[in-house]
Ligand binder design. Sequence first.
Ligand code: SAJ
Length: 432
Amino acid sequence: MQSKNNKNEKKNEVCVIGLGYVGLPLAVRCALKGYKVYGLEKDEKKNRKINFGKSPIKEKFLDDNLSRSGLKAYSDNKIIRKADIVIVCVPTPVDKNFFPDLEPIKKTAQAISENLKKGQLIVIESTINPGVCEEVIEPIFREAGYIVGKDYYLAHCPERINPGDPKWNITNIPRVIGSFNKKGLTPALKFYRSIIDAEIYPMNSIREAEAVKIVENSFRDINIAFVNELAKSFDKMGIDTKDVIKGASTKPFAFMPHWPGCGVGGHCIPVDPYYLIERAKLSGFDHEFLKIARKVNNSMPAYTVELMQDALNKVKLPLKGTNVGVLGLSYKANVDDLRETPSLKIIERLEEHEAKVLSFDPYFPKMSSVNNLEALLRKSEALILATDHNEFKEIKPEKLKKLKIKVIIDGKNCLDGEKMKKFGIIYKGIGR
Ligand code: SAJ
């Protein structure tokens, strides 16, 4: 990828497109590693915060490093022209029919093709199904008159950010990279090896690299579906699923624990399998197993509300008209992220049953219907814990008893059920 006139010219200007959970840590890391980095983000509010050194995302790595990185964020696509390496970190969501929405990534490819600098290395980090680079992205550049491997290089390095993880972050998570050919793979390997202190593993093709991420997350989704189905079955048999999984985890090989819960949220796990399901259809293959797993996981919010209904019946309370407090809106403990969150599906279901729903999430004060946990407990007759934020794990049964809360459904199996029962509170977990 060296320019003809100057073999030693350093290729060290990077443009990161999309400054979210994936792009912002990456841009900061590149800046800290000495690259000149242009952040490109359409959300001006986000850009203003970043340009003041404030992270729009609650994330330890960003809180520790954003301000000292000196990263600057722009909203004008023309900034792309300055970069030698362009990294695409835009969302690849699914629509309401669970169909992959490639619009953001298509628009981004279009923007790059309108601002391409010859010789640029373009890396897609967004999660995409096998075939997207060859069948969707490369044709956009070809349409603009650019030949991959000649005018520009295209690689895929699927993101592996785990929001809220105190240990694994952009600096130390191994990555895989695939490209159309060695001419694209080599500079991509070199770049990622210059910013990440972990294995950077070359794949034999760009399609293989696209498949890796989908496989990783589909693996997680089907394993969560397995324990969610177990939970429904063991609920009928009076077996504590969490205890059984803990027991199975004593096996030092060939078992990997997953845990039942009130649903599967986030921008990866409940989304990525649909990418493979839909693309495989075009090749005439039907991923029955992946679809069943999605169906099981998508059924958990409704199952959680059913457990509430059954528990209220024990104290002769109908769901209709009862004050039900929902603890937590975020899809995951101690992060501020609502994407595909089961909490909103639980709230929707409760409202369909005409319960009087209140909610509180310390990470979403504006979306919460009360200002703090105490206010929620005081106004509720029954509770559903939907997110295992640390604050909620401290809830004392004595407190619930005093406030005459009769039922608690523990959607994350994170409370001491036996202690709750000792205080006469009807406790039900998911599978326990
Ligand atoms: N969940 C369960 N049971 C489990 C694990 C998770 O119900 O045993 C639920 C969570 O409550 C959440 C959803 O599934 O609602 C997703 O949880 P997650 O821990 O997988 O969180 P994510 O979405 O942040 O997943 C990320 C993913 N990282 C990338 O896609 C790059 C995923 O691949 C990681 O495996 C995961 O973090 C991780 O390991 O924590």
